[in-house]
Ligand binder design. Structure first.
Ligand SMILES: Cc1cc2nc3c(=O)[nH]c(=O)nc-3n(C[C@H](O)[C@H](O)[C@H](O)COP(=O)(O)OP(=O)(O)OC[C@H]3O[C@@H](n4cnc5c(N)ncnc54)[C@H](O)[C@@H]3O)c2cc1C
Length: 269
């Protein structure tokens, strides 16, 4: 260990950066991030839900032609976590004292009335800058990035945490054996490349599937013919088992992953 002024240096064979979408490990290692086109902003706020929603496990998505979609779910603290999803640059209209009224434009009437009636208890809104993309290379000599640091995920269908955990399992499988011995730099670098090779196809597929899901929200906002057709179709056939099964099967790849990930037995340490 070397202390150098205010810096502390720790020698290591491999530094694994799991420091999220704004990863400073990725930046310091000189690893590029290829951003996807679907960058957007979310206006994030909380409010108490109606009593019958307290124990509910529902995820509400409200879409209305020409308005920013609004999502809401009951969070760990019993509050409704709400998010208004908008393209970059859309935040300007919420920089007013009455930001809440435009934030609720897509909401059903009863939902909007409830939130406005409790406006004094609404939390201060926070802007979430949603960047999506992937690093073409997840590693540099002695450095590996995983999770959002390697592939910042969109919130669509809430899969980013699962995917980050699956990265960690695969990394443990490849690095566990090395950690027990004295690995050469080449062996560490090869393990890092193998981790990326194993995880990347599922990540890129998940990001494609998230884009496909997000297109539906874009169609809804723009009120396209595709959205009108889908809405009519959902009303007409949504109550049938076969239609529900077809929808669920379309969701499967994104929600359950597309590769098999199993933690191998780790060597005793
Ligand atoms: C608005 C929004 C909503 C989302 N909702 C969901 C959801 O409901 N479910 C879901 O699965 N995914 C969701 N996602 C995606 C999900 O948040 C990420 O894909 C997931 O958290 C990635 O996990 P991670 O461990 O790689 O990174 P993170 O969860 O971002 O964890 C990184 C950690 O590193 C820490 N850190 C950063 N820099 C440093 C530093 N210099 N020193 C020390 N620590 C540092 C951070 O504090 C943080 O704790 C959402 C994303 C967004 C933008």
């Amino acid at each position: 260990m070397v202390r150098n002024g205010g810096h502390l240096e720790l020698p290591t064979d491999l530094l694994v950066g799991c420091d999220g979408r704004g990863s400073s490990v990725r930046t310091h290692a000189g690893l590029a991030l290829a951003p996807a086109r679907e960058a957007y902003d979310v206006l994030w706020f909380k409010v108490s839900p109606p009593p019958d929603e307290l124990e509910a496990c529902d995820f509400h998505i409200s879409v209305r032609s020409g308005q920013h979609p609004l999502v809401a779910y009951t969070s760990w603290d019993g509050q409704w976590q709400c998010g208004v999803i908008m393209p970059k640059g859309g935040m300007a209209e919420f920089r007013t004292a009455d930001w809440l009224t435009p934030a609720l434009r897509a909401a059903p009437t009863a939902f909007a009335e409830h939130v406005l009636a409790h406006r004094n208890a609404v939390s201060r809104p926070v802007r979430l800058n949603v960047t999506v993309g992937h690093a073409p290379s997840w590693s540099a000599p002695g450095v590996l990035v995983l999770g959002d640091a390697a592939h910042p995920m969109s919130p669509v269908r809430a899969q980013g945490i699962n995917l980050a955990l699956r990265d960690a399992v695969v990394a443990a499988n490849h690095l566990g054996g090395l950690a027990a011995g004295r690995p050469t730099p080449d062996a560490v670098n090869q393990a890092c490349a193998a981790i990326q090779a194993e995880r990347e196809p599922e990540i890129l597929r998940a990001q494609r599937l998230q884009r496909r899901e997000a297109r539906g929200q874009g169609d809804a906002r723009a009120g396209t013919w595709r959205f009108t057709l889908a809405k009519r179709g959902a009303r007409a056939v949504g109550r049938y088992r076969w239609a529900q099964r077809a929808w669920l099967s379309r969701q499967r790849g994104l929600r359950f992953g597309t590769t098999r990930v199993v933690l191998d037995a780790l060597p005793d340490t």
